[in-house]
Design a protein around this ligand. Sequence first.
Ligand SMILES: O=P(O)(O)OC[C@H]1O[C@H](O[C@H]2O[C@H](CO)[C@@H](O)[C@H](O)[C@H]2O)[C@H](O)[C@@H](O)[C@@H]1O
Length: 366
Amino acid sequence: MTNNVMVPEAMPSITVAAVANSPSLLPYPPPRSGGASAAAIRKKSLSPVELNGGLTKGWLDSMKASSPTHAKATAALAAAPAYEHSASIMRHPSALIEFEQIMSATDGKQIVIFLDYDGTLSPIVDDPDSAFMSDAMRAAVKEVARCFPTAIVSGRCRSKVYDFVRLTELYYAGSHGMDIKVPKRYTKKKRAVLFQPASEFLPMINEVHRALLEKTKSIPGAKVENNKFCVSVHFRCVDEKRWNGLLEQVWSVLNEYPKLRITQGRMVLEIRPTIKWDKGKALEFLLESLGFADCKSAVPLYIGDDRTDEDAFKVLRDRGQGFGILVSKYPKETNASYSLGEPSEVMEFLLRLVEWKHLSLKARPK
Ligand SMILES: O=P(O)(O)OC[C@H]1O[C@H](O[C@H]2O[C@H](CO)[C@@H](O)[C@H](O)[C@H]2O)[C@H](O)[C@@H](O)[C@@H]1O
């Protein structure tokens, strides 16, 4: 355990009572038009689906602290007392330092790699359209995919994340796992698998995207991104003084869509269907499609940096299978077992995996 200051990358968890007792807080979900009672709102706030990753008290603080490239990150670090180190929050062991231990736990089983994109394979940048991965990272991912089944699981829409990664040998799950494509050469039945559990929401998402574009166009720096089955509203380039205004605009749109929910990522609000599907479910779906439904036959390694990746870390922890690896410079409350500081360390870890695979093949008795 270190004495590092804990800086949350997404929102801190809070109790429902704290929400109910804080009139200054904007409640989530927002009051629907038609005037839901405060009790009804509080009751709705209890929904685990919404609290788990939903927008809660402290969203402004956590939004401020969620960006390593944001000027206020330094200030957030300086505000140590606000994020005091607690016994439950510690830096997890480095996956690089503990590499041999991780590998010995794989015990000859099939390793399957799951990679988040933004903040994991590419550094966080101001413009989401310029979040390119380096050629060196692409080469490392290509090598790793030669050695192990490898999937990208991203909040972005699948086609966009493919345009960044440009490797045909991978499986892609976009829209937080709500758009999964497994190429036919990898499926048992040799038929491409396309899984889109939120397809009925497509018209609604497009409508919300258009409404949000319109509502936010007067806010300098605000960016609305259509991720096919979800929409991202970016705060990164918006002056902090306007964040509440931007949030209000988002809520004014969402008021009309009770079948959508909102979660918070790194300087971003993500609007998505209320269906019970997330990166954790996507991980399970992919394992099954690849023929590894049986816990005993595969060791999944899931590497991600965001709040939404916690769903996948939790699945691994609950199944007692494989390892979650959190990408974060700061200690954080997480279900991951190991950590890596930044994308450059992710690349180093991937290259170690490739090297390990080659050495283990050489060591095999002829
Ligand atoms: O699941 P992910 O692949 O991590 O996608 C989550 C969001 O990633 C992108 O936004 C984040 O990265 C941007 C580029 O570095 C950055 O500007 C933004 O502040 C980050 O939140 C993507 O643009 C979003 O649509 C995804 O939801």
